[in-house]
Write a protein that binds this ligand. Structure first.
Ligand code: NAD
Length: 252
């Protein structure tokens, strides 16, 4: 019950890694508010949790005004904000030459601007209470390049270095900022991978653990980073990837 009496906001909380983290923090005692566009899945999350201490709000994380208003409302209603998990994200499969400018901007709006908007609203609240934990979802795709995921690689790389800058800047205010870098995780975002011939088998072969992660395996690390167990972790970029980034690529 590491989050007993604590209040957490989770963006992209209706599905995949966000929903698994919502369930995990809720299970450890937190009051959770999931922000997402997917109202159906959001309602299902609340229903499955029995309603108590689990709430959903439709928020477009790429909209600064919506994010600011929603975050302030949660803090007002609960009297505090302990955890912000900036997790919502979208993929993008294209080379630079083929990628329309509006798609590049949308990838940055949802994956990067959202983190800025979330932090901009949450930091004054956390600073006033003298404590808080922010966790950002980056990706191993922000640590190295993929073929044909140019915008996604750039956006997740931005999340990583933004996490470092925020982490050092906010440490003495009592706010810890860290990031997780998942490898391949079985969630709807990766359904597209399953449609690409041979790609699923490729990842199963490349990941030293020999499989995709389940969203709960990422949620467990997010819960750790958001908890007081990680009290000396600041600006850390934590791969949760079954050993993928530990491997030089040499065949076995
Ligand atoms: P997912 O598709 O299951 O969840 C993403 C959620 O974000 C969805 O519920 C979606 O509705 C929501 N979302 C998208 N745009 C939004 C917006 N504008 N406003 C509010 N909500 C919005 O996918 P997931 O795998 O759980 O992804 C979560 C995060 O993990 C993303 O940032 C993704 O880039 C990252 N990630 C995923 C993997 C993977 O293999 N699944 C690997 C590395 C990183």
């Amino acid at each position: 019950m590491r989050f007993s009496g604590k209040v957490a906001i989770i963006t992209g909380g209706a599905s995949g890694i966000g929903a698994a983290t919502a369930r995990r923090l809720h299970g450890e005692g937190a009051s959770v508010v999931a922000f997402d566009l997917d109202e159906e899945r959001g309602a299902e999350l609340v229903r499955a949790a029995g309603g108590e201490r689990m709430a959903f709000r439709r928020v477009d994380v790429a909209d600064r005004a919506q994010m600011a208003e929603a975050i302030q409302e949660v803090a007002r209603r609960h009297g505090r904000l302990d955890v912000l998990f900036n997790n919502a994200g979208i993929g993008s499969h294209s080379t630079t030459v083929d990628l329309p400018e509006e798609d590049w901007r949308r990838v940055f709006a949802v994956n990067v601007d959202s983190v800025f908007f979330g932090c901009k609203a949450a930091i004054p609240i956390m600073t006033a209470q003298g404590s808080g934990a922010i966790v950002n979802t980056a990706s191993i795709s922000g640590m190295a390049g993929d073929f044909n995921f140019d915008a996604y690689n750039a956006a997740k790389g931005a999340v990583i270095n933004y996490t470092r800058a925020l982490g050092i800047g906010l440490a003495r205010a009592g706010i810890r900022v860290n990031a997780v870098c998942p490898g391949p995780v079985d969630t709807p975002i990766i359904a597209r991978v399953n449609e690409m011939p041979g790609l699923r088998e490729h990842w199963d072969e490349r990941v030293p653990l020999g499989r995709f992660a389940q969203p709960e395996e990422i949620a467990a690390v997010v819960a750790f980073l958001a908890s007081d167990d990680a009290s000396f972790m600041v600006g850390a970029i934590v791969p949760v990837d079954g050993g993928l980034t530990a491997h030089t690529g040499q065949p076995h």
